[in-house]
Design a protein around this ligand. Structure first.
Ligand code: ADP
Ligand code: MG
Length: 438
């Protein structure tokens, strides 16, 4: 029966999901509606539970089995495998200090970051190295550094004599160059090869730095060969980092690559709530009106750092003036932040503003007339639409009377050229842009 279920799951989940998550499961028994499986690690168990348990139950039911729940257990000897430890040889390894605020406890988990969080948790459990390297990527302020520090804390808490080294790619380069200059390459190599866990933050920084990459590649290989855990972060996927050697890219991809997605409303609200709970212990006199957090979560961009900064400012301001944090106070205090993250200009607004500016009718700008009087403003509007909205070229074309995307592209290019050659056009663009950003 399990074989049939497996075959069905392979079909519905795809070969990749299947080999990563389903194949490692070992069916144990079915008891009182609960199907129990052995899994190699808690991480896999949790992940399968969250993502595939419905499908598994569905397929078991389809085979006539009365199953309501699935359960995953980790065989005890796997769980009890000791962490490979090395005597701490390197108190003198100067990485960056681990930031005490960045722990798993105060990392809020939501849909956009749950996989990255689960992977980080798994690595932080120590034990046999499974995902090596762990590669975390995502946009600015989405929690990469926070997760790396959290891993470091947790590893250090579990095994105090583990050698955990965290540093930015920039620091790596700096140390490398210093070692070269002071002719201390042997020390450098030895230092980096003696760690148990190496974390390098923001590796996109190494793009184009050839000799640093070279050295990083050797360090990387030596550690992987020695079964040491490596954790890397970047602002984009390994394959998308320009000017990074192919062999490094492929090495970076051979472990687990997980991304942090832009935050969604629920996650932002959760983060705000947890910060407020924290502030409540500091600013005991402060009241926060209902709806304020929802307003902020709704209005502020996906970047958590900006969100936190806004809240900090709000609390500082409110405590200065000794007032309750209301919606009005929030809008007053954060008007600039709110404006900056509020640039949701539409193509229609752009068309309206541009036609007003050049004193032509909107219908003429969108219509088929080819006269320069209409064509130029049309191109300017297309250019601004491309620059100021997230619309694709075909979508923009559609809004300009159903024009082809190549026409839009041509228009955008033309304005890009003219912007440099024609100061009148440059001025117009600047004026229009500012008017639209108001
Ligand atoms: P990145 O390294 O990806 O640019 P950081 O890890 O520095 O981002 O995060 C920016 C700020 O946002 C930090 O103060 C961090 O604590 C906070 N932060 C990001 N994600 C979360 C989260 N899920 N829960 C709580 N705080 C978060
Ligand atoms: Mg960072």
């Amino acid at each position: 029966i399990w074989a049939k279920v497996l075959a069905a799951l392979k079909g519905t989940l795809g070969a990749n999901n299947f080999s990563n998550w389903i194949e490692p499961l070992e069916f144990l028994h079915l008891n009182g509606g609960v199907a129990t499986f052995n899994v190699p690690t808690n991480f896999i168990g949790n992940y399968v539970n969250q993502n595939f348990s419905d499908q598994i139950i569905y397929q078991l039911n389809k085979q006539g089995q009365d199953v309501q729940r699935v359960k995953f257990t980790v065989p005890s000897q796997a769980a009890a495998k000791p962490v490979v430890r090395k005597v701490a040889a390197a108190d003198d390894i100067a990485g960056s200090p681990i930031d005490a605020r960045f722990t798993f406890d105060n990392f809020i988990v939501g849909k956009p970051n749950e996989l990255a969080h689960a992977a980080a948790r798994r690595v932080a459990e120590g034990g046999p190295v499974t995902f090596n390297p762990l590669f975390l990527y995502g946009g600015v302020g989405l929690g990469k550094t926070h997760l790396m520090h959290a891993i470091a804390h947790e590893l250090q808490r579990r095994s105090p004599d583990l050698n955990v080294l965290y540093l930015s790619a920039e620091q790596f380069m700096y140390r490398f160059i210093t070692a070269l200059r002071e002719r201390k390459m042997m020390d450098f190599k030895q230092l980096f090869r003696s760690v148990d866990v190496l974390m390098v933050d923001d590796v996109q920084f190494m793009a184009g730095k050839d000799s640093t990459q070279e050295e990083f590649f050797h360090t990387f290989n030596a550690l992987i060969d020695g079964q040491k855990q490596i954790i890397i972060s970047a602002d984009r996927a390994p394959g998308e980092i320009k000017d990074l050697e192919e062999r490094i890219k492929s090495r970076l991809q051979c472990g687990l690559v997980v991304d942090l997605h832009p935050t969604d409303y629920e996650l932002r609200l959760g983060i705000l709530q947890s910060k407020v709970d924290y502030y409540a212990t500091q600013y005991t006199e402060l009241q926060i009106a209902p709806g304020v957090l929802e307003f902020l979560a709704h209005r502020i961009s996906t970047n958590v750092r900006v969100l936190e900064g806004a809240l900090t400012r709000l609390f500082a301001f409110a405590s200065l003036v000794g007032r309750e944090i209301t919606l009005e106070l929030t809008q007053d205090c954060l008007s600039d932040v709110l404006k900056a993250s509020d640039r949701k200009v539409t193509v229609e607004e752009i068309q309206r503003k541009v036609s007003e500016h050049y004193n032509i009718r909107l219908s003429d700008m969108i219509g088929p007339k080819r006269l320069r009087t209409y064509a130029r403003p049309r191109q300017i509007a297309m250019y601004l639409a491309k620059r100021m909205t997230n619309r694709s070229l075909p979508e923009i074309g559609r809004r300009f009377g159903g024009r082809d995307h190549t026409t839009v592209m041509h228009g955008v290019r033309r304005i890009e050229e003219l912007k440099v050659l024609d100061s009148q056009i440059a001025d117009d663009l600047e004026l229009l842009r500012r008017a639209l950003e108001e």
